[in-house]
Ligand binder design. Structure first.
Ligand code: ZN
Length: 377
């Protein structure tokens, strides 16, 4: 396959006019034959990578059903999100085990849709004061033995774990998780600057939805945000649905951390791609009006988003983030954080041929290629 005539994303140069060749499932020097995809009038970007979302089209990852996970993977691929690391919540260990087993079984059967790279455990190792939409009844201190059991159930597919570093045993937990090959993220926390900095220096490299679920940036108490900035290489997630973070803060956070570090996430819920109404979420009920999802009866507590990562990419651009920076924050940077940047996240020769053609007028999807196959045109 060949993709010709488009403005093609490049990690260093932004966008360049060039053709892409695909042979089998990979980008290659020469085309392996087959169709030519006309990308005139399009940007060509890598397939997106969402490392933090809970569900869509009525399904929640935490339900741990094979059909639900398949529907999630199918929907995400249809939105140009080609690699996903869906997030579980604060739930009893038996349910977390079922979630992990479901991921391992899904990966083994290779049944289409976006690739489920692994699982993000957003809970139960969080703090009660910043649990947000998570169910406080199932919070748990950092527990390395539990993490080992879950990683075993997932057959090594736990890729990310969020924890509140002020909880007892957090530093030992971080070191053990890193040894297990799991990226550790600081989030749902009231940690001060020193505690957060110690967590990042112990090996945490990621911050869960920066600003949400943590104290704000104060000039005398910089907290997690200041510590994440100060430790090189730490990547902050930002929910860019237009509801969770003001546009000015999206702009200043990109300017502060730089495009090399930013990760956009959707944090999307099962109501994504569904009409307004009431939906279950993590053992509670939420209500959805337009692009706003809140805990039922608590209209001030945001429960997550109802916007896919592709919608968040468009929102970032609408907020004034340069397209190349926004694309990088939805592709290469999150691919790095879940350990797939060697095979995904850019359009370079040798990488998996996953790409989305976006209309240059309105960034609507014109075609999706996934691992060398045209899946939407
Ligand atoms: Zn959260």
């Amino acid at each position: 396959m060949k993709i010709t005539g488009g403005q093609v994303f490049d990690l260093e140069k932004g966008f360049v006019k060039r053709d892409l060749c695909i042979s089998g499932a990979l980008f290659s020097e020469k085309s392996g034959g087959g169709d030519t995809l006309d990308a005139a009038g399009c940007y060509v970007i890598p397939g997106l990578v969402d490392v933090h979302f809970h569900g869509c089209v009525g399904e929640d990852f935490s339900d741990a059903t094979p059909e639900g996970l398949q529907r999630i993977a199918d929907y995400e691929l249809s939105q140009g999100v080609t690699y996903i690391c869906p997030a579980g919540m604060t739930l009893p260990e038996e349910q977390l085990t079922a979630i992990c087993k479901n991921v391992a079984a899904h990966r083994a059967k290779n049944s289409g849709g976006a690739e489920v790279v692994g699982a993000h455990l957003e809970g139960p190792f969080l703090c009660a004061a910043k649990k947000g939409a998570q169910n406080g009844a199932f919070l748990h201190d950092p527990d390395t033995a539990m993490l080992r059991r879950l990683q075993e159930a997932a057959q090594g597919c736990v890729r990310l774990v969020t924890l509140a570093p002020e909880q007892p045993g957090a530093l030992e937990f971080i070191k053990a998780a890193v040894e297990m090959g799991i990226t550790v993220s600081v989030g749902h926390t009231v940690a001060d600057y020193d505690t957060a900095r110690a967590a990042f220096e112990a090996g945490a490299t990621h911050a869960t939805h920066l600003y949400n679920g943590m104290p704000g940036l104060h000039h005398r108490t910089p907290g997690v945000i200041g510590a994440a900035f100060d430790v090189p290489g730490v990547q902050p997630e930002l929910i860019c649905d237009g509801v969770h973070i003001h546009g000015a803060v999206v702009r200043l956070t990109f300017a502060l951390f730089g495009r090399e570090r930013m990760i956009l996430i959707s944090d999307s819920l099962r109501a994504t791609g569904m009409p307004d109404g009431e939906y279950p979420f993590g053992g509670q009920m939420i209500e959805v009006h337009g692009n706003r999802a809140t805990i039922l009866g608590h209209p001030e507590t945001l429960a997550g988003s109802v916007t896919s990562l592709m919608g968040c990419l468009r929102q970032a651009v609408a907020f004034g983030i340069p397209l190349a920076s926004a694309v990088r924050a939805c592709t290469y940077n999150p691919a790095q954080s879940v350990g797939i940047a060697h095979r995904a996240g850019t359009l370079d020769v040798g990488k998996e041929a996953s790409a989305v053609l976006l209309d240059r007028e309105d960034l609507s999807i014109r075609a999706i290629v996934f691992k060398g196959q045209l899946v939407k045109s």
